[in-house]
Write a protein that binds this ligand. Structure first.
Ligand code: ADP
Ligand code: MG
Length: 674
């Protein structure tokens, strides 16, 4: 008798060699074999006659073998076996390559099912290396596994069948209550049906159950990993000051902003530390929301911290928040790598004395020697740039402090749910009024002269322009570099205009100066790399030109585009690309089609896959076998709630009924965290 933990070598027909092949597919025991799912299915139930088929179709045909097999050796290592079949009215010429075992098993005048691609011309029909099986095969849907050379799908399927026949009922891992609530079939049925479904509906139900299991395991694992310990918070926010705060603003907050701010303040009045993600498209006004929450925390007597991924962004936050909050007596300070040592020391001393109410900075503020007197709230902006670990490091600066993570769009909703599975989410789904839709165009460089004239006209009207290049310096690739282009343009097309150059290799101080001149309107045209991508706010800039646009990810393009359209003037984004490929063009057209960053992010995710989404696998998610980040978002949401319910009762999953789930988590996360 087999059990789930039996080594696959115990399965009949699996010798050492085959076991080795299975191992290379990540299959070691019966359990992992049963979770090695088919990639797709071939439906053999719908048989056709030759006459009913068209050339090139993949079909199953019921046919009688009418000639003996003729063997011919073409050359060493290639033997052909030829024979003929008849479906009663037409003849099919069948050629089998090298499969002596199959050829020898065929008996003339017996009936078979042939499955494969049929090739037809006027006179004949033929099939090369079809699958050939006895008649009972047409009653079923055949699984197709991600096979390997030397271990084909058919062989895998046979071993799975033997294993399934050899084990008892597969133990259930979910309670009856959960299964009822989420309408799930039993694990035993799901596993058996995912491999050998009788009907198409079986596949759907089995997938539904197994996707649920996989995403539930993922959510449980992540929630536990992030240590969702329900420690009570010592930070007591008693009074909501958001009304007063709104009087400090020169504008009326949008209702989405007010809602997000209210969510946070409600959280902070609770017994447990807030953990909230504020997700809003570029320009949706997340900074004002953060300011409102900061204001309330400070007025209740707590210190606050805001961390941004770049100096420029931190500086910009510092300037705007200082302007907003300091008239009300709130002390705001900036701590970044380029703050002089003496000033740093002063800031740190004042911080520990509790004299600073809001500290803004880059990751410099999570250094060990930065200590607060009574930190109550930490906010990280543009979170996808920080790892989970950095976020935690900042939160550890206080005792069970409240945390907010602010993110612009390029995290698709699905990934957001996974990465921030431990957070509550507020979405700002509304832009401040008066914003104009940005017009986006995709052009090639033949359009340059017109484009440059368009820019000159805008600049002459007093507006400003960004030109973004993928590379900093001259390079091997056929790609525009920012340095080259700035030099070229300043001597030709834009002679007499004030051009600035901004890229990541410049010293922080230099960068800041350039950015400041641009913000002040002195620099009219800014040639830059993607350093301008994040957060910077210059409402007077109305044109964004992106050179070699095909080199950027869609979400990155969206971020870049978010730098314009921030004022009341009509803005234009021009994607320049000489790449002729259809797919590249189609990708860029996505930018023209959508202005909603969520949609763009989802498209991006579809194209690039979650692994690549951040440019590297920094998020450390385990690979999923059956669930799909994009199409299974509903299930993801359900499993998130289900996981929270389970952990609420049994955070450590020590209860006997939760043991199987705990085991699944260990299995899933083993690869990632070993
Ligand atoms: P993001 O969400 O991308 O961080 P910001 O917070 O930088 O957006 O806000 C973008 C711009 O919109 C800023 O200039 C800000 O002052 C302005 N803004 C924010 N909220 C409103 C509002 N409710 N009405 C008008 N302008 C607003
Ligand atoms: Mg921002």
């Amino acid at each position: 008798m087999l059990s789930l933990s039996s080594n696959i070598q115990y399965i009949k027909g699996v010798g050492e060699k085959k076991a080795g092949l299975f191992n290379s597919l990540g299959v070691f025991d019966v359990d992992s074999l049963l979770h090695f799912y088919p990639r797709k299915y071939e439906d053999w139930t719908n048989t056709k006659t030759v006459k009913e088929t068209v050339d090139g179709e993949i079909v199953s045909i019921k046919a009688t073998m009418i000639t003996m097999v003729k063997e011919s050796l073409v050359r060493k290592g290639l033997t052909l076996y030829k024979c003929r079949f008849s479906d009663g009215e037409s003849v099919i010429n069948v050629t089998i390559f090298n499969n002596k075992y199959l050829a020898n098993s065929l008996r003339v005048y017996n009936d078979y099912i042939l499955f494969g691609r049929i090739e037809k011309n006027l006179a004949t029909a033929s099939m090369s290396s079809p699958q050939i099986e006895g008649l009972d095969a047409c009653e079923s849907i055949h699984p197709v596994y991600p096979a390997k050379e030397k271990l084909n799908s058919r062989a895998i399927s046979k071993v799975v069948k033997t294993a399934l026949d050899g084990i008892d009922e597969i133990p259930e891992i979910l309670s009856d209550e959960i299964r009822r609530k989420y309408n799930l079939i039993s694990l035993d049925k799901a596993i058996r049906d995912i491999h050998f479904p009788q009907r198409q509906e079986d596949i759907a139900q089995a997938r539904n159950r197994l996707i649920f299991d996989e995403l539930l395991t993922l959510q449980l694992g992540l929630l536990k990993l992030k240590g969702n310990k329900k420690k009570e918070t010592a930070v007591k926010i008693e009074v909501d000051y958001s009304e007063e705060f709104q009087n400090l603003l020169p504008f009326e907050m949008t209702s989405a902003q007010k809602r997000a701010m209210a969510d946070c303040i409600t959280d902070m009045k609770g017994r447990y530390p807030m953990g909230r993600l504020i997700q809003g498209d570029v320009g949706s006004g997340k900074t004002a929301v953060a300011a409102g929450v900061i204001y309330t925390a400070v007025k209740n007597g707590y210190q606050t911290a805001l961390m941004a991924p770049t100096e420029i962004l931190a500086t910009q936050h510092f300037e705007s928040l200082k302007k907003m909050l300091s008239p009300d007596g709130i002390r705001v300070e900036l701590l970044t790598g380029s703050v002089p040592a003496k000033r740093k020391r002063e800031i740190k001393a004042d911080l520990i004395d509790g004299e600073i109410d809001l500290l803004i900075g880059t990751h410099a503020i999570i250094q060990n020697d930065v200590e607060f007197k009574n930190l109550g709230l930490v906010i990280t902006d543009e979170q996808h740039r920080f790892g989970v670990r950095q976020r935690a490091a900042l939160a550890e600066k206080g005792t069970s402090v409240h945390t907010i993570v602010m993110s612009a769009t390029p995290i698709p909703r699905t990934l957001g749910l996974i990465l921030y599975g431990d957070l509550d989410i507020s979405i700002i789904d509304e832009l401040p009024p008066g914003r104009q839709e940005i017009r986006t165009d995709v052009v090639d460089s033949r359009y340059n002269e017109r484009l440059y004239k368009f820019i000159r006209d805008a600049v002459d009207r007093g507006e400003q322009c960004y030109i973004v290049c993928p590379a900093v310096e001259e390079n091997e690739m056929d790609v525009k570099s920012a340095e080259q282009l700035a030099e070229e343009l300043s001597e030709t097309t834009f002679k007499g205009y004030n051009l600035g150059l901004l890229h990541g290799k410049m010293k922080p101080k230099q960068k800041e100066n350039v950015m400041k001149s641009f913000a002040d309107g002195d620099v009219q045209i800014l040639v830059a790399t993607t350093v301008v991508e994040v957060g910077v706010d210059v409402p007077n800039a109305t044109i964004m030109v992106i050179e070699n646009a095909e080199r950027f990810g869609l979400s990155q393009l969206h971020q870049l585009r978010g730098r314009i359209g921030r004022g009341s003037k009509k803005s234009f984004c021009v994607l320049v690309s000489d790449n002729k490929s259809e797919s590249s063009r189609e990708r860029l057209m996505t930018m023209k089609k959508y202005s909603d960053g969520f949609k763009i992010a989802d498209e991006d995710l579809k194209v690039r896959g979650p692994g690549d989404f951040f440019g590297q696998r920094q998020h450390g998610l385990p690979d999923l076998k059956i669930a799909d980040m994009v199409s299974d978002v509903e299930t993801l949401r359900l499993t998130q709630n289900c996981a929270k319910d389970i952990l609420k009762d049994d955070f450590n999953l020590d209860k006997p009924q939760n043991k199987p789930l705990a085991d699944r988590i260990t299995k899933m996360f083993r690869e990632v965290y070993s």
